[in-house]
Design a protein around this ligand. Structure first.
Ligand SMILES: [Zn+2]
Length: 239
């Protein structure tokens, strides 16, 4: 397990990568579970991801409360992260984004499904959570623990959940996998949308998805290679 200092650095890198890749803009956020205390997670104070520095990282508990509050503002939707870490002990990284490429799959009956090998990481099933089902008319944001826990329930044992009229949340066993799942979910959505306009789509089979996931899980070299590439492109040499 990495130490806190290196995880904080990775979290800053993750913020910049997701911004550089266009997965997040002024909104959206990424977190990582605390390596020494599974009842805590690290998340930036309310700031645009591209601008996040080490000084912006704060600790939160699994109720979404900032530990050692210093007067800085927290993201309104921190409950997404808190609820997922609470429900899924296997999850160590969470990304929330409003990427427009995914929105069509949350507002139509067309399911998002992997259409190429690198997107296998989004998994066989991508559920859609509709906040209106249990909370009626809202501004669609996840602003309390109850809503966060309802979203976490819909995520189930999957890696990705779409949020109707809002965005997506990716959750994975490592920060790296959460980040790349969010990135490839966006790429997959773009490719799938283009393909659907051209005709019948030939999706990855369940067996192909499992095979690609097994290979990816075993490839530490591949992980380092992608992370190095993404962080260099996002201008993280100073970290
Ligand atoms: Zn949101």
């Amino acid at each position: 397990m990495p130490d806190v200092a290196s995880l904080r650095r990775d979290l800053v890198t993750a913020n910049r990568i997701l911004a550089h890749q266009g997965v997040v803009d002024g909104f959206g956020h990424v977190s990582v579970r605390h390596p020494d205390n599974p009842q805590k997670f690290l998340l930036a104070r309310s700031r645009s991801p591209e601008l996040v520095t080490n000084d912006d990282i704060r600790e939160f508990d699994l109720d979404g409360k900032m530990i050692k509050s210093d007067g800085s503002s927290a993201y309104l939707e921190r409950f997404i992260h808190a609820a997922i870490y609470h429900r899924r002990s296997d999850i160590n990284g969470v990304v929330h984004s409003h990427s427009e490429a995914l929105l069509p799959y949350g507002i139509t009956s067309v399911p998002l499904r992997p259409v190429f090998h690198n997107a296998a990481r989004i998994g066989k099933t991508v559920p859609v959570w509709d906040i209106r089902d249990n909370f009626g008319d809202t501004d669609l944001l996840v602003v309390n623990l109850e809503q966060g826990r309802d979203l976490a329930k819909k995520l189930g044992n999957n890696r990705l959940v779409l949020m109707r009229g809002h965005g997506l949340t990716a959750a994975a066993e490592t920060l790296y996998t959460a980040v790349t799942t969010a990135i490839y979910a966006v790429v997959n959505a773009r490719v799938q949308t283009t393909a659907l306009q051209m005709g019948e789509v030939n999706y990855l089979s369940a067996g192909e998805i499992e095979c690609a996931l097994e290979k990816a899980a075993a490839s530490a070299i591949g992980h380092r290679r992608i992370w190095e590439y993404l962080s260099k492109r996002a201008g993280c040499e100073d970290l």
